[in-house]
Design a protein around this ligand. Sequence first.
Ligand code: DGP
Length: 121
Amino acid sequence: MDFTYDPENIFAKILRGEIPNDTVYENDHALAFRDINPQAPVHVLVIPKGPYVSLDHFAAEAAPEEQLGFMAAVAEVCRGEAVANGFRALSNTRRDGVQEVPHFHLHIIGGRPLGRMLSPA
Ligand code: DGP
C-alpha cells in the first residue's frame, strides 16, 4: 500500500494554522473541529496531528501514544456533543470510499436519526 502523504492537503493546512477551523477539542496528538459541510446537527472531524493519509495508514504506523491521543479526542468529542442517543463514526478511505481529503479523519455524525448505514449501490 502506498501511504505517501501530501503536506499540502487542506487538513495539513488547518493543522499548521494556515486555514481557520471551528475547534471542538485539541490535545497533543489530535484535533477535532466542525465539518464545513455538516450532514447532521453534530458533524465533527477528528484528525491526528501526524502525517497519516487514511485509517489503515494510521492504524498500521502511528505510535501508541498517537493512537491513544486520537481515541482520547474521540472520547472528548462524544462526551461534549449532543450524541447521547447515538452517532455514526466513519472514515471514507481512498477511491472506493470516496475520500476527498488525504489526511486521516474520523467523522462523528449525530444529533438526529441517521437511517441505514449504506444505500443500495
Ligand atoms: P471525505 O474526505 O470524503 O471524508 O470528506 C472530507 C470532509 O471534510 C467533508 O465532509 C468536508 C470536510 N472539509 C473539507 N474541507 C474542509 C475545510 O476546509 N474545513 C472543514 N472544517 N471541513 C472541511
